[in-house]
Design a binder for this molecule. Structure first.
Ligand code: ZN
Length: 393
């Protein structure tokens, strides 16, 4: 069982206009038996894949230059190699699936904080780490059709074994650590945009690491790159960059952040939340929230004209059964009337599965998603007045 045969397959990415295509070579690995072999072989495979991916991102980026316009020139440049390297590091087996409160979660936090130090992000408060303990809630998309036992009529508990109710989680409390930095605004330092992504995932279950490459190493890496860009291109308003913990247990970290906000809540003008932005074979990224906050629409229209990716709108209450509003960390901001845009791709076969690995993301799509979101953050900062006014009403 120690034979390890790389298997190549390809995926094709087609942009919105179908103007060009490129193939991405993907290497999948038959995992060897021992942890040692697995980690060393996988490291080599990941290194190979990162190099191949960077080449593909370079190919993917090339047609953008031919669409050159003054708009495209102003879109934040992000380091594609570093972007992919960050995602690979957070999704590595050594991060043990980044469960809130676990050793893997701690490792992921330490990795991110080393990055903050490298490019000079400042903590919002005395330290980057904002520990919390909060109440776990089932998220809408994780909720089964079976009601919890204690909710049975008349207070009588049905038997979980009978399948009529779901057992109560053994420990409804979740402890975790939000990581929060800030880039101070040059013109409105006391007005804030919160750019967020959760860095936790599902940990290890039945001996298998749930790497969470798309969910949400991708968003964590994307906002890290955007934070690095913002440090060297200071915004007009202050931008708080928040890596939330405990999202998988029901947005616990973001709920605690909003509940005990380190800045006055009425000074937070908007939230940009990034959750799963690297895995869509059609190249479609969703921007949800403008239906609830139409003041965001002109900004999305402007981003859309770039055509970096297919930016779609929806999942914000238009179809009640497929509403993402309460499914990620924008929920507690929305609950306080703070306008938000949530960027994410639709769920896929690897969603919440141990196969959500680095090898299964789409590097070109990820790079384009991150750049699109960076451009949205830049435009939001420049055009925050009407958003802040809408928030105040
Ligand atoms: Zn997620």
């Amino acid at each position: 069982m120690d034979a390890e045969q790389p298997v190549s397959r390809s995926r094709t990415y087609i942009n919105r206009a179908g103007a060009y295509r490129h193939s991405i070579a993907v290497v999948t690995i038959h995992k060897p038996d021992t942890m040692l072999e697995r980690s060393s072989h996988k490291s080599i495979a990941v290194a190979w894949f990162v190099l191949a991916s960077i080449a593909c991102v370079a190919v993917a980026a090339h047609p953008l230059q031919s669409q050159s316009s003054s708009r495209i020139d102003s879109v934040p440049e992000l380091d594609s190699a570093h972007l992919l390297g960050t995602l690979a590091a957070l999704a590595a087996d050594s991060m043990e699936g980044r469960l809130a409160g676990s050793r893997g979660g701690e490792k992921a936090g330490a990795f991110l904080m080393r990055e903050f130090t490298r490019f000079g992000l400042q903590p919002l408060t005395r330290r980057f780490e904002n520990p919390f303990t909060g109440i776990a809630r089932m998220r809408e998309r994780s909720v089964s059709a079976v009601p919890p036992c204690q909710a049975q009529r008349g207070g009588a508990l049905s038997s979980p074994a009978a399948g009529r109710c779901a057992p109560t989680p053994p420990n409804p409390l979740v402890s975790g650590v939000n990581l929060v930095g800030i880039v101070r605004g040059t013109k409105y330092p006391d007005r804030y945009i919160v750019v967020s992504a959760h860095y936790d995932h599902l940990g290890i279950k039945d001996g298998r690491v749930y790497n969470g490459a798309d969910d949400n190493a991708s968003g964590s890496a994307a906002i890290l790159a955007i934070a690095e860009w913002a440090v060297t291109h200071p915004p007009l308003n202050s931008i708080i960059f928040a890596w939330f913990d405990g999202e998988e247990e029901g947005m616990v970290g973001s709920t605690e952040f909003v509940r005990r906000s380190p800045v006055p809540l009425d000074r937070i003008a908007a939230n940009v939340n990034v959750d799963m932005v690297s895995h869509n074979w059609k190249g479609e990224l969703f921007a949800a929230g403008a239906r609830r906050y139409p003041v965001m629409q002109p900004l999305l229209d402007s981003v859309q004209t770039l055509g970096l990716i297919t930016l779609k709108q929806g999942h914000d209450g238009d179809i009640p059964t497929d509403d993402w509003t309460y499914r990620s960390d924008q929920a507690p901001f929305h609950a306080r009337g703070i306008p938000y845009i949530h960027f994410g791709n639709e769920e896929h076969a690897d969603y919440h599965a141990p196969t959500d690995t680095f090898e299964h993301i789409y590097p070109g799509f990820f790079y384009r998603s991150a750049r699109t979101i960076a451009d949205f953050v830049r435009l939001l900062d420049r055009g925050l007045d009407p958003v802040a006014a809408a928030r105040a009403r």
